[in-house]
Design a protein. Structure first.
Length: 449
């Protein structure tokens, strides 16, 4: 098999980026747009030692699970990768993907993987969007990066976001063009506007964050007037200052231009302060489902003491505090801990205590202060837990360990490490936070045998 060859293959799997995977003479071939169960003709565009990449030329026998994507930029945009696959089949793929990671990476074939908890909304479920802004061919593009590229695909109506956000983007385009607002150039580091970030609350209010390469941006008052007239749901406009030559989206400083700079979001009967940099799961309905299932599996009791690692603004900690005697939260960010303390006071919760710092260093100190922990909860970033932190967790000897993961691969790796220390997962429950993508959230509770 060589570059430019045209071959016919059967697709039998899906890759982590949504490509169909087939085999030709024993070599894996990745074909974007192809689905399991299909016979396709593909042209080889890249040939490596162990795999090849093909461009879909013709679907010879379509899968019964193939559906028409509602988004008109689906094939070009890198945001969604499974819109052409029926939702029931997406869930089945995610269950199989989690099983595969546990078996291949963790060597944990004995852990049951339940069917994913489906999202009530297959579209329009996200409460946050980050859109890069770029000048391309003399035109302003606001949208999402195309796959494996820094080219911005202009998106006027992202099907994963709240419909009102399309109105905000349309008005932003009018404002940018009318007042000739300069657009950031990542090659020359010139220009002002880098990213547009939009957050929505269950109440319907919208927060608009403009990430700028500077201290100010002209004609903001005109933008406020425009949005007040067209879409009064926009209650907050914030400047985020990112003057660094970096791919990181947001800088460390924010200036509130309109509104109070945050909104209150309800989760499991509590209210939480959500600002421009606050971490919050992007699917509100699934967030509550995730937390309720986690607490149910942890079997929390009113006499329990709980330690929540990577607590963010305290969402899991405070929801757990309603059910236990004492809850402790740890997070690296000072700002997040300040918000967590604010949220505790806002909800009148007095049995929660928060600490800013590295979880590996702080966990033993907090456990010494608490005396013990009946349950420890970890909700780490995609890279998972470090081995020293796992050792600190098992060294505390909790009865139960709850683990929330956004990456089945690092989950499998970490569960294998916990198992080597005598803590074994009863089952893994995937929760579909991200319909139309290959991403899946998982939760599990480990017990010491």
């Amino acid at each position: 098999m060589e570059k430019n060859d045209s071959i016919t293959i059967a697709i039998d799997d899906i890759g982590k980026d949504g490509q169909g995977i087939g085999r030709h003479n024993g070599m894996a071939v990745f074909v974007s747009g192809a689905l399991p169960g299909e016979q396709v003709r593909t042209k080889i565009i890249k040939c490596k030692k162990n795999y090849a990449i093909g461009r879909l030329e013709e679907i010879l026998s379509p899968s019964p699970m193939r559906v028409k994507p509602p988004c008109n930029v689906f094939k070009r945009c890198g945001g969604c990768t499974l819109q052409h696959l029926a939702y029931a089949a997406q869930l089945e793929y995610k269950q199989n993907h989690v099983k595969s990671c546990l078996e291949r990476i963790g060597k944990l074939a004995d852990i049951p993987v339940l069917f994913p908890l489906p999202s009530p909304q297959e579209y329009h479920y996200r409460n946050k969007a980050a859109f890069p802004v770029k000048m391309q061919n003399g035109q302003i593009s606001i949208g999402l990066f195309s796959a494996h590229s820094h080219d911005v695909v202009d998106v006027d109506d992202c099907k994963l976001q709240h419909p009102d956000l399309a109105i905000v983007l349309s008005q932003l385009r009018v404002w940018l063009a009318k007042y000739n607002i300069s657009i950031y150039n990542e090659e020359t580091h010139d220009g002002l506007l880098r990213h547009v970030i939009l957050r929505t609350a269950k109440s319907g209010e919208i927060m608009l964050v403009l990430v700028v390469n500077g201290e100010d941006i002209p004609h903001l008052s005109e933008l406020q007037t425009l949005l007040r007239f067209v879409l009064p749901q926009v209650k907050h406009i914030i400047l985020n200052h990112n003057l660094e030559d970096t791919n990181v989206i947001m800088g460390a400083r924010c200036t509130t231009v309109m509104g109070r700079g945050y909104f209150l979001e309800q989760i499991c009967g509590l209210e939480f302060k959500i600002g421009p940099t606050s971490f919050l799961q992007v699917n509100p309905q699934q967030t509550e489902l995730l937390y309720k299932n986690l607490f149910r599996k942890l079997e929390l009791k009113p006499t329990d003491t709980v330690l929540d690692l990577f607590c963010g603004t305290g969402t899991i900690t405070l929801c757990a505090a309603k059910r236990v005697k004492k809850a402790y939260g740890v997070e690296l960010s000072d700002e997040a801990i300040a918000n967590a303390n604010f949220n505790a006071q806002l909800n009148g919760i007095e049995n929660a205590e928060f600490f800013a710092g590295d979880a590996t260093a702080l966990a033993p100190q907090i456990l010494e202060l608490a005396g013990h922990a009946d349950a420890i909860i970890a909700d780490p970033p995609r890279k998972g837990l470090s081995e020293p932190l796992i050792q600190a967790i098992v060294g505390a000897g909790p009865k139960r360990i709850g683990y929330v993961s956004c990456d089945p691969a690092t989950l499998a790796r970490d569960l294998a490490l916990f198992a080597s220390h005598g803590y074994h997962a009863g089952e893994v429950q995937p929760v579909d936070m991200f319909p139309q993508t290959t991403h899946v959230e998982c939760l599990t509770v480990m017990y010491k045998k």
